[in-house]
Design a protein around this ligand. Sequence first.
Ligand SMILES: NC(=O)c1ccc[n+]([C@@H]2O[C@H](COP(=O)([O-])OP(=O)(O)OC[C@H]3O[C@@H](n4cnc5c(N)ncnc54)[C@H](O)[C@@H]3O)[C@@H](O)[C@H]2O)c1
Length: 251
Amino acid sequence: MSRVAGKVVLVTGAGSGIGRATAKLLAAEGATVIVTDINRAGGLETVQQIGGKARFEEQDTSREADWKRLIDDILAREGKLNGLVNNAGISGPFPATFETESLEQWRRMLSVNVEGVFLGCKYGVPALRQSGGGSIVNLSSLAAFLGTPDLSAYGASKGAVRQFTKTVAIDCARKGYKVRCNSVHPGIILTPMGNAVMPNDKAREHSRRRIPIGDFGAPEDIAYGILYLISDESRFVTGTELVIDGGMNAI
Ligand SMILES: NC(=O)c1ccc[n+]([C@@H]2O[C@H](COP(=O)([O-])OP(=O)(O)OC[C@H]3O[C@@H](n4cnc5c(N)ncnc54)[C@H](O)[C@@H]3O)[C@@H](O)[C@H]2O)c1
């Protein structure tokens, strides 16, 4: 149980769902985990479930000042940063078509889902370099590959994350930074966010039937993919897309 032993890893939005499962798995595999979220109670609950080798910091990933403070604090307290999981995200009201979406909702979505990831990379990369190199995982979505009529701003935000990840990966690789950057693309995962797009039993069954493997994913299914990308097992992997979706993107 030591696939990421000795590493210091920051997981944003780790007070719930995929972020919580990822923080727990990374800690179980030997990492010290910095759990951040805007939801203080959820973040503290994650740290409690980990029970050691984790601490919570309140952070709004769309705020530049929060990133500066957080990264400085990690370098001062832990002395290094080896991994960053840009997981925090919102899906907004459902359904939200391009005709019903307000400009305010669109901007809020891009502020958290895109600007949050941009800021994470901007402030995370220097800290990872200073620590001898490291790995960034950006949470995109299956939505980055498909039209998403009922989640218009969400789909656009995840498309941006998919593309931006490759830019960071290539820029860092060419500059010899020893920083890898990859995107993870979950399908439908049973978390508060996943459940929000399936408001009733009929919608749930309709969604389930679209998944070739026949069932929804669990947060841990995504956490195992992130663990691989944060660990040195993926040392030759950068700029790639890890789709974990029960086969939906293959049909
Ligand atoms: N659940 C799915 O089916 C699914 C599918 C594809 C992609 N994803 C992506 O996976 C990631 C995690 O999703 P989840 O399903 O675990 O969602 P979730 O809603 O269970 O958890 C998201 C967490 O992010 C936090 N958060 C929201 N805005 C924040 C901000 N500005 N700053 C800091 N924290 C913030 C929330 O408080 C929450 O704890 C998201 O980026 C999401 O878009 C999820």
